[in-house]
Design a protein around this ligand. Structure first.
Ligand code: A3P
Length: 351
């Protein structure tokens, strides 16, 4: 199932319920629910497009030099990717500034976020967002984004840097026996706010609701790759594996030099104080906002980004407080407490 080579795949796809479909469709400008399905025993939400490469990803041939950066989306992935890449590449700033991060990493499941049923709606939105709309160019980009990375990985030179928002259970089961992985997690309330802005930024899903409605989708496990806590807990369970480094966004934010040293130790690299300071400077939110290799601003001229949003946004912890009313705050607290009951996972922000 799910590939050209009849590779084994242990998980089943199942439809989301009619009730869930109607909740989703009310909040989108096209029938987005028709693109979604649940996967595996935990019922992760993926798009139906994922079926075409699920088994290839699960059975991906790995190398000991592969480095994965994984997360639930909007947890600080890009920040961590740049940090990991620079450390693993002996601080090659020249290349880091010249080659976009999207070309330095293979994004395993990017293809599944490219709309299928919603393609016309997306093209229409993009065409209204720029005076320079060029259908041919856009279709080429959509085609590039929609091509599974697993195919390109076979010819990618080592070391291969791989980005994924898939939970551990959907990645190759023995990934940590071979490759290294850095997973970054973040307070789910900040993730939800950041994800809301990201959804508005890329306009791919046609979401037209408020933040409160978006939060209900996140909390109700109706957004891509939710349930959130299952995702984080799967990685947390592997945190003692010598090939896994589990980071929190909040720790990077609080003490970036310490986080840099943890990643450097993990990758077997050494940094002196001056090198650490230079890396902190490169990784600062101010510099990230200006850095064309990481900020996705190249998509703006093509009309692919909403005018009032940006990929590198606030870069703060605890910003959720400006978005949650009392009811949502209590709901979130209860939800977090319930989900942390059976684990020693604690977000630095909830300690
Ligand atoms: P906010 O939207 O809360 O600002 P991801 O890379 O997983 O999509 O995560 C995106 C989040 O990381 C966004 O959070 C973004 O602003 C933040 N981020 C990106 N670069 C950062 C940096 N250099 N320092 C701090 N936060 C950063």
């Amino acid at each position: 199932m799910g590939d050209e080579n009849n590779l084994p795949y242990p998980f089943e796809f199942r439809d989301i319920s009619d009730e869930e479909k109607s909740v989703i469709d009310k909040l989108h400008s096209f029938p987005y629910a028709s693109e979604l399905t649940r996967l595996g025993p935990k019922g992760y939400i993926v798009t139906k497009a994922f079926k075409k490469d699920a088994a290839n990803i699960y059975n991906l041939p790995l190398k000991s030099s592969d480095i994965f950066v994984t997360s639930y989306q909007r947890s600080g992935t890009t920040w961590t990717q740049e940090l990991v890449w620079l450390l693993a590449s002996d601080l090659d700033y020249e290349k880091a500034l010249a080659v976009p991060l999207v070309d330095r990493y293979s994004f395993l499941e990017m293809f599944m976020f490219v709309p299928d049923a919603g393609l016309d709606s997306f093209m229409n939105t993009v065409s209204q967002n720029t005076e320079n709309f060029n259908k041919e160019t856009m279709l080429q980009i959509v085609n590039w984004l929609g091509t599974p990375a697993s195919r390109k990985l076979a010819i990618t030179p080592s070391p291969r840097f791989i980005k994924s928002h898939l939970p551990m259970s959907l990645l190759p089961p023995k990934v940590l026996d071979t490759a290294k992985m850095v997973y970054v997690a973040r307070d789910p309330r900040d993730v939800a706010v950041s994800f809301y802005h990201h959804t508005r930024l890329f306009m791919l899903t046609g979401f037209k609701g408020t933040f409160k409605e978006f939060w209900q989708l996140f909390y109700g496990n109706l957004l891509a790759l939710t349930p959130y806590f299952e995702h984080v807990k799967e990685a947390w369970e592997k945190r003692h594996d010598p090939n896994m480094l589990f980071l929190f966004y909040e720790d990077l934010s609080k003490d970036l030099p310490a986080a840099i040293h943890r990643v450097a130790d993990f990758l077997g690299k050494k940094l002196d104080d001056a090198q650490t300071a230079a890396l902190c400077d490169h990784l600062s939110i101010e510099n990230f906002k200006k850095n064309k290799a990481v900020n996705f601003e190249e998509f703006r001229a093509l009309g692919m980004l909403a005018k009032d949003e940006a990929f590198v946004r606030k870069g703060k912890t605890g910003g959720w407080r400006d978005y949650f009313d009392e009811e949502m705050t209590q709901q979130a607290e209860k939800w977090i407490a319930e989900n942390l009951k059976d684990t020693d996972l604690r977000f630095p922000s909830t300690n």
